[in-house]
Write a protein that binds this ligand. Structure first.
Ligand code: FAD
Length: 384
């Protein structure tokens, strides 16, 4: 096998970017501006592939003003929170307008540093580069759906990445497992399409309004971000409570820390409420506790309640994929708990990561900053 791979063609480039969605495109544009020679490879056959797979109702939860990649804004005709289709169109235009030419259907299967170069193996060939930029995203692998007794359930059980829209669930009682941003939007979608959504919520949650008196909450979060997370949360809490209300009255539990601290502690974003809470208050979306097990069409909950459902949508999130292709010391991955500007090993051995840190002020915004920083750092190297 090894000898076959090594017989494949070797392409040389200064920098290889793996992944052609938000992070990869942002890096390509930033490197292009600095006249740095690069190649960008993508395992799918199009840019922004994950966005074309997400559910149809999805809109950015972060405003368009902070969700653009370097050198190009969203169009003036697009609303504050672009839809999934508008994000895809923006990224396709971005690729074209910034002259980025990804090499599609090219999956990196391994990458290792050898004799001062990165040697990246794909399924069809090899790249030799001075620099390697990982832009494969923190959400590559849907978490496995595994509920006790799920094999006895007669209806559909699907992960949120398989959910497209609520049309097929009209009139059905659907259990949405989880209370993250996708779960909350999917529950609304189900309600709007005539289904009866019920949410199973296991863990305490931080819920903040997406807008505060017409201002995107992430704008306020950016103002507070220089402060220690718990202080920033203390200052933001009264406003959130005023708008969202007391979620414990709705059957939800709050963690002992606020939304900004949550991102720093656990690396996951708080719920930016786009109307789910109002639907819960009006009884259109029901809240139940943690699931225990499934028995036929019934779900038994930890508190002893038992309810029948027609379908289950598991909004249980994603984990990182494909960093296993990197032959590096594990401690380098600890860096991904930080933005590029705070990474201890940033650029060491010519290796960069873009877009892995989950930012409390908007991830696409952070991707843009990461990409510009990587390009500046590369341009300052003496190989150019
Ligand atoms: C449902 C959802 C909603 C989100 N909403 C927002 C939002 O409102 N605002 C915001 O700021 N952020 C949001 N995010 C977070 C984040 O901005 C997006 O996930 C964004 O797409 C991340 O871009 P990325 O390029 O880093 O990763 P991805 O978009 O995941 O792209 C990674 C790319 O790498 C490719 N790839 C992976 N492995 C390989 C390989 N081995 N070889 C070649 N190619 C490979 C993949 O095919 C993919 O195209 C959301 C995320 C999700 C999942």
């Amino acid at each position: 096998m090894c000898s076959i791979l090594y017989a494949m063609p070797v392409e040389e480039t200064q920098a290889l970017i793996i992944g052609a969605s938000c992070s990869g495109l942002a890096c390509a544009a930033a490197l292009g501006r600095k006249k740095i020679d690069y190649r960008i490879i993508e395992k799918q056959d199009r840019v922004a592939a994950p966005w074309s797979q997400h559910y149809e109702r999805l809109h950015l939860h972060t405003g368009k003003g902070i969700s653009n990649l370097p050198f190009k804004h969203f169009g003036k005709d697009i609303g504050r929170y672009p839809s999934r289709a508008q994000v895809i169109a923006y990224l396709e235009d971005y690729q074209r307008d910034l002259g980025i030419n990804p090499i599609f259907n090219t999956k990196a299967v391994s990458a290792r540093r050898s004799h001062g170069y990165w040697r990246t193996q794909t399924e069809t060939g090899t790249f030799r580069s001075n620099y390697l930029i990982m832009a494969t995203g923190p959400y590559g692998k849907p978490k496995e759906v595994s509920f006790k007794g799920m094999e006895t359930f007669p209806g559909q059980i699907l992960h949120s990445f398989q959910y497209k829209n609520g049309r097929n669930f009209k009139g059905q009682r659907v259990l949405v497992v989880g209370f993250g941003n996708s779960a909350c939007e999917i529950a609304i979608d189900l309600y709007e399409q005539g289904a009866f959504p019920v949410m199973s919520v296991r863990s305490p949650v931080n819920v903040i309004p997406r807008d505060v008196f017409g201002i995107p909450v992430l704008t306020l979060s950016r103002i507070l971000s220089p402060l220690p997370p718990h202080i920033a949360d203390l200052l933001g809490a009264p406003l959130a409570r005023l708008i969202v209300g007391d979620i414990s009255k709705l059957g939800l539990k709050k963690p002992p820390y606020g939304p900004i601290e949550q991102v720093h502690r656990n690396g996951n974003a708080p719920v930016l409420d786009i109307g789910t809470i109002e639907h819960i208050k009006k009884g259109r979306i029901q809240i139940l506790g943690e699931m225990d097990q499934i028995e036929g069409n019934e779900v038994q909950f930890m508190d002893g309640q038992r309810e029948a459902f027609d379908a289950i949508v598991a909004c249980i999130g994603y984990s990182r994929d494909d960093l296993a292709i990197l032959d590096i010391e594990k401690r380098r991955l600890d860096d991904l708990k930080f933005r590029a500007s705070k990474q201890q090993f940033f650029g060491e051995d010519g290796l960069y990561f873009c877009g892995f840190w989950i930012s409390p002020t908007g991830q696409i915004r952070e991707i843009k900053l990461d990409a510009l920083r990587i390009a500046r750092h590369l341009a300052a190297q003496d190989t150019f």
